[in-house]
Design a protein. Structure first.
Length: 192
């Protein structure tokens, strides 16, 4: 059975510092570039019937460095719009609002809710299904929170359940089927 392979872009300065990086188009760090190159042997044996990337340079560059020829840039793969929290760390925001228990999954002020991101993910999944039905693999190169929400959506869970998985920069995951059931087949595999 064909699978959807998910690749989170390599490290950026903000992913390293813990700053929420939604729509700000920042480049990979040198370490992020090296990590992206290390994905190549993990996927070079796979054939993709469709390769989609976020429009942001950190995803596009990761695809290129990993040896993936992108078929299309899909705006629905752009990272979660963090609104007022763009460039802000969780800890800084918790201190600002005086709530040590706040998490991004509560929804960022002025940004998208997890359910709104999930609606975008449904559109991406709809693009993938005909390719999978032709028994061809798909690869999506995008962002941490977006791919976590896409996974929850694939599993028919609420978008906020993406909080149940951690996803490292430069990691590979896979989604597939057990008969007709959508399942998680591999998660957070990182180059050695």
């Amino acid at each position: 059975m064909a699978s959807i392979y998910l690749i989170r872009h390599g490290e950026t300065a903000w992913s390293l510092s813990g700053q929420h990086t939604g729509t700000t188009d920042i480049p990979l760090t040198e370490n992020g570039r090296e990590r992206a190159k290390m994905l190549r042997p993990m996927i070079e044996h796979l054939d993709f019937g469709l390769a989609l990337s976020s429009p942001l340079q950190r995803a596009r560059d990761t695809a290129e460095l990993a040896g993936i020829t992108v078929d299309d840039i899909d705006p629905n793969l752009v990272e979660w719009n963090y609104g007022e929290l763009e460039g802000v760390t969780t800890q800084d925001y918790r201190e600002k609002i005086g709530n040590p228990d706040w998490v991004i999954w509560d929804g960022p002020p002025g940004g998208e809710t997890p359910d709104q991101v999930s609606e975008r993910c449904k559109k991406v999944i709809a693009r993938c299904l005909p390719v999978l039905e032709d028994d061809k693999n798909v690869v999506l190169i995008a962002h941490g929170h977006l791919l976590r929400i896409l996974t929850a959506t694939w599993l028919d869970l609420p978008g906020e359940d993406g909080k149940l998985w951690i996803l490292d920069a430069g990691a590979l995951c896979s989604l597939g089927f057990e008969r007709e059931q959508h399942v998680l087949t591999g998660w957070n595999q990182t180059p050695q």
